[in-house]
Unconditional design. Structure first.
Lengths: 119, 115
C-alpha cells in the first residue's frame, strides 16, 4: 500500500506565476489535509477536504489560495500570483475517517511534501 | 542538555541514554494527541498517539505521558540511537464544533544524538 504521494517534490516559481501542488492520498482514504511549514517551525493547518467538498478552510489565506479534491484524481492546492512569502514546504496528509468523538480520531498520514521556492 | 535556539529548542543526548521531549498543548478540550518525527527534507512520521482518557501509553522504545491538569505531553525515548536524530512535534486534535479536521502542531524540538 503506497503512502501519501505528493508532486512535484520541488517547485520553483517566479513572483506572479501560479503554483499547483498535487496530493494523492493513501488508498482507501477519503480525507485530505494541507499544511504549510516554514523553516524551523511547526506545520500550520490550511484546509481539510473530502471528495468534492471543502470541510474546513479556516487556515487558508483569503486570496490567491484555493484547494480542491475532485471525485477522480489527486487533491490540488493552487497558489495564484505567488509572492516570496509563499516559499515554504507544503505537506498533504490523509486519513480514513472523520475526527472528533471518543472512538474516532484523526490519524493522519503525511506525504513527503512539496518545497516551493519563489524567486 | 536542553537549550532554546533562535527557533527550535534543541536536546542533545548521548547514544544509549534516554531522551525526554516535552510539549505544552493549547486546548484543554483536545481529546487526541500525536507525536510525530520529522527528519530533514521529509514529511512528519507518526510515532505514537494517546487519547485524553489515558495518561500513559507505551510503544516500542517510546512512551507518551499526558498530564491534562497542566496541559502537558512528554515523549520518552529509551536507549536513544543516532537514527532518532530528528525534529519531534506534538500535535493535538481539538474537539469538533470548530474544525473537525485540523491538527494543531507544537513548535518542535530538535533531538541530536551524539555517538
Amino acid at each position: 500500500n503506497a503512502g501519501v504521494m505528493q508532486n512535484p517534490r520541488h517547485l520553483v516559481r517566479r513572483r506572479g506565476q501560479e503554483a499547483r501542488l498535487r496530493c494523492s492520498p493513501m488508498k482507501g482514504h477519503s480525507h485530505v489535509y494541507w499544511y504549510r511549514q516554514l523553516p524551523e517551525e511547526g506545520l500550520k493547518f490550511m484546509v481539510y477536504l473530502q471528495k468534492e467538498n471543502i470541510i474546513d478552510e479556516s487556515g487558508m489565506p483569503k486570496e490567491r489560495f484555493s484547494a480542491e479534491f475532485p471525485k477522480e484524481g489527486p487533491s490540488i492546492l493552487r497558489i495564484q500570483q505567488v509572492v516570496r512569502g509563499d516559499s515554504a514546504a507544503y505537506f498533504c496528509a490523509s486519513s480514513p475517517r472523520l475526527a472528533g468523538g471518543f472512538y474516532s480520531y484523526n490519524e493522519q498520514f503525511f506525504g513527503p511534501g512539496t518545497r516551493l521556492t519563489v524567486l | 542538555g536542553e537549550s532554546v535556539g533562535l527557533h527550535l529548542p534543541t536536546l542533545s543526548v548521548q547514544e544509549g541514554d534516554n531522551s525526554i521531549i516535552n510539549c505544552a498543548y493549547s486546548n484543554s478540550a483536545s481529546d487526541y494527541f500525536i507525536w510525530y518525527k520529522q527528519e530533514s527534507g521529509k514529511g512528519p512520521q507518526f510515532i505514537i498517539d494517546i487519547r485524553s482518557n489515558m495518561d500513559k501509553r507505551q510503544g516500542q522504545r517510546v512512551t507518551v505521558l499526558l498530564n491534562k491538569t497542566v496541559k502537558h505531553l512528554s515523549l520518552q525515548i529509551a536507549a536513544t540511537q543516532p537514527g532518532d536524530s530528528a525534529v519531534y512535534f506534538c500535535a493535538e486534535n481539538p474537539p469538533p464544533g470548530g474544525s473537525q479536521g485540523n491538527l494543531i502542531f507544537g513548535k518542535g524540538t530538535k533531538l541530536s544524538v551524539k555517538p
